[in-house]
Design a protein. Structure first.
Length: 141
């Protein structure tokens, strides 16, 4: 089993879509291992998306991610990282495949409902950003 980090972004939490998105992720086969509500500071959002610091949309992205509560979570599934990227769809909802989370729930390329880690290495880094090891539910058979 593998883990990835998702964030239901402030646009989706504010418009009351968090529950529907969570149900979509569970229906797609993910198990929730950790979940919380967070309100990111400018410093936290800037650090989380530091890889984009030189991009023209960085200021707007940090402003958006700090605009209200978001919902970070650790999701588990076989091949969790590529599987979640497929389930959420392309960055721009207009280009996202039919039935993906972004196609269904995102407002725009910037305000696009959900984040998903893009590698196992980043999934581990991003999980550590929001959760302590003790907060992650581990079920041992
Ligand atoms: P994410 O990291 O949030 O999962 O999104 P992603 O991999 O699909 O896209 P990425 O290129 O990493 O961009 C991060 C987030 O920045 C915002 N963005 N806005 N206005 C724009 O042209 C633009 N491009 C990117 C989006 O919120 C995107 O998810
Ligand atoms: Mg990304």
């Amino acid at each position: 089993m593998n883990r990835t980090l998702a964030i239901i972004k402030p646009d989706a939490v504010a418009s009351g879509k968090a529950g529907k998105i969570l149900a979509h992720l569970e229906n797609a086969g993910f198990t929730v291992r950790a979940l919380r509500l967070a309100r990111l500071t400018e410093a936290q959002a800037g650090e989380f998306y530091a890889v984009h610091a030189e991009r023209p949309f960085y200021g707007e992205l940090v402003e958006f991610m700090t605009s209200g509560p978001c919902m970070p979570m650790i999701l588990e599934a076989e091949g969790a990282v590529p599987k979640l990227r497929e389930v959420i769809g392309a960055t721009d909802p207009a280009e996202a495949a039919e039935g993906t989370v972004r196609r269904l729930y995102a407002e725009s390329k910037g305000r696009n409902a959900i984040h998903a880690s893009d590698s196992d290495e980043n999934a581990a880094r991003e999980a550590g950003f929001f959760f302590a090891e003790a907060d992650v539910l581990a079920i041992h058979a």
